[in-house]
Design a protein. Structure first.
Lengths: 209, 209
DNA sequence: TAAATTATTGTATGTGCGTTCAAATAAATG
DNA sequence: CATTTATTTGAACGCACATACAATAATTTA
């Protein structure tokens, strides 16, 4: 008798998710083109073809949209790496997958780098971002561990992981600064450096099945 | 008869330089504490113990102060490295001087890193910053060349310089992201990596007088 | 000391921002 | 179709900011 089938829920949710998705996508485009500072609510709604007030209806505020956007981008990157990891036979392939996963094709470009940098720079004042950041590093370390497990002792692995993550971050920063570095150059340089840091035995172990 | 000794010039210039210096120093402090976004003209003048309007009197505008500040900080870093370079006997010492010069004692810390990152993120829209940036990289490459000249062929030197600058940038980014890396860890890791990328012969050549 | 120049103040002005909200429209419901 | 509910609008508000500027104080000059 008290049964109240929420038939309205699905419909309402569908349009709500749709609008939220559109706004996030619009925010992404504005972010890429104008940077963090130029990402205004008015511009986002305009880009989405909606009225300025709509943002408050679907989000708590501007920061909420921004966070949702960062979260979504992160999810896409993570999924990409996971797919590659599952397709990798050798540890070396896994290593390559993790490294290349940080430079997605057609994404390693100046605007994106600057946008991402802006978020990092804004992190210290925003606990949610800070948390997202450290999760990012932790996940990358974990992925790298799946390649080096049983080959490098813990201390050396820590150093190796630090070197790789630092190089990745550095390449993104340089991209933002306008340095002419291609995706391939970045990946190649990192791989070369990793190889140089390994002993011949370790290299062999990494490349075997 | 037409002689007009500009006695007034020195006095006027002295106080002008003084005020400009004070404002730049205040801007620096505000920048470090509140980041680029929180660096408002009102706060700067307040920090300098002056009235809000004074800024327009000594500078063209807020951007002008910011640029002067970045310029000054850059100059300090450069001078520091030059002193160290002149005191270095071997090429290896010169290499160390350049690397350590990028992590000045008591300066490699989160606020500074974030501030510096904000400026880089703002560079793409500001030609003056962009120019300063590329000058920075060029100078670093030039300094590194003084260590590797005659030891590494051009192509390998280019790769080596890229590795080093990328690691430096990466360490600053990680510092801003809150990763717990000390100055010594950063320097050690970079030196280790450079050493691993060199052949025994090259290492020996670098360490000889 | 009187006059003129320079330095400093504090207020005023205009701009752009995020957010709110009553009203209008569209959709769903019975 | 009438009514309720969900969605969207666009104007309005308050706020913080950079900058301009007339008024005032201090300093230099003659």
């Amino acid at each position: 008798m008290v049964r109240t089938p929420p038939r309205t829920q699905p419909a309402r949710t569908r349009i709500e998710d749709l609008r939220r998705g559109e706004l996030i996508a619009a925010a992404h485009r504005v972010f890429m083109q104008h940077g963090l500072g130029g990402m205004t609510t008015k511009r986002i709604c305009e880009e989405a073809g909606m009225s300025p007030g709509i943002l408050s209806y679907y989000f708590k505020g501007k920061d909420d949209v921004l966070f949702a956007m960062v979260r979504m981008n992160n999810r896409l990157l993570v999924e990409d790496v996971l797919v590659r990891l599952n397709q990798s036979a050798t540890r070396w392939d896994r290593l390559l997958a993790v490294i290349e996963g940080n430079f997605p094709a057609a994404v390693y470009e100046r605007n994106v780098a600057t946008a991402w940098l802006s978020v990092v720079a804004a992190s210290p004042g925003n606990p949610r971002y800070a948390r997202l950041q450290s999760l990012f590093y932790a996940r990358m370390r974990s992925n790298l561990a799946s390649a080096f497990a049983g080959i490098l002792p813990p201390v050396r692995f820590a150093g190796m992981a630090r070197t790789i993550t630092t190089l990745v971050d550095g390449f993104w920063l340089q991209k933002s600064a306008g340095e002419p570095v291609s995706r391939d150059e970045a990946v190649t340089l990192i791989v070369t450096t990793v190889a140089a840091l390994l002993t011949p035995d370790e290299r062999a172990a990494l490349q075997s099945r």
